[in-house]
Design a binder for this molecule. Sequence first.
Ligand SMILES: Cc1cc2nc3c(=O)[nH]c(=O)nc-3n(C[C@H](O)[C@H](O)[C@H](O)COP(=O)(O)O)c2cc1C
Length: 194
Amino acid sequence: MAHVVSLSGSPSPTSRSQGLLNRSAALLEARGIQVQAFSLTDFDAEALLFGRFDDPAIRAFQKAVANADGLLVATPVYKAAYSGGLKALLDVLPERALARHVVLPLATGGSAAHMLAVDYALQPVLTALKAHHILGAVYATEKDIHRDEHNVLSVTAEIDERLLIAIERFASLLPHRSVQPSVYASWGQARISS
Ligand SMILES: Cc1cc2nc3c(=O)[nH]c(=O)nc-3n(C[C@H](O)[C@H](O)[C@H](O)COP(=O)(O)O)c2cc1C
């Protein structure tokens, strides 16, 4: 069964983009696809900022991404681009980190004005990490995501429909493998060294 990593680039404890991520992860898990979640709170800020590649949390994140087939990546729009926290997370990934991965970007902004921020800002970074397949982003504005008195987030029917379609496509592009990726990696090494 395919493995997916989800990555939240929002520092907010009541993040709307995290809400998109949670709904997407639930849709994948309903299809029997495991999702391993990472967010900024999983990391020591200094280790992240100074790119300490030997930090245990950073190593665990690198390993999870290496073993995954897909990446859900969510970000708020900050100053017409994605968040700096997300950039710090992407910067600690090795070259070609996404070479086998299907990637679905999710983003929230204050308005629709910066809807293309994912295309002109985040997509080039994902391409630099050699993302195998980048799906069109699902973008929502603040008015599309409701937070109730218990801080539970819900999205409008329109956004939910877009998430459903995107997740359907994302899931269809994941490999249906029965062998762990680390086994594939060792096969590759064996071929190279022989
Ligand atoms: C520092 C900062 C910069 C922002 N810049 C923009 C912006 O340029 N364009 C925009 O549409 N929204 C902007 N916003 C609004 C956020 O994108 C919006 O509130 C988003 O839903 C936050 O997502 P989150 O709840 O996942 O953190 C900004 C918010 C903050 C805190």
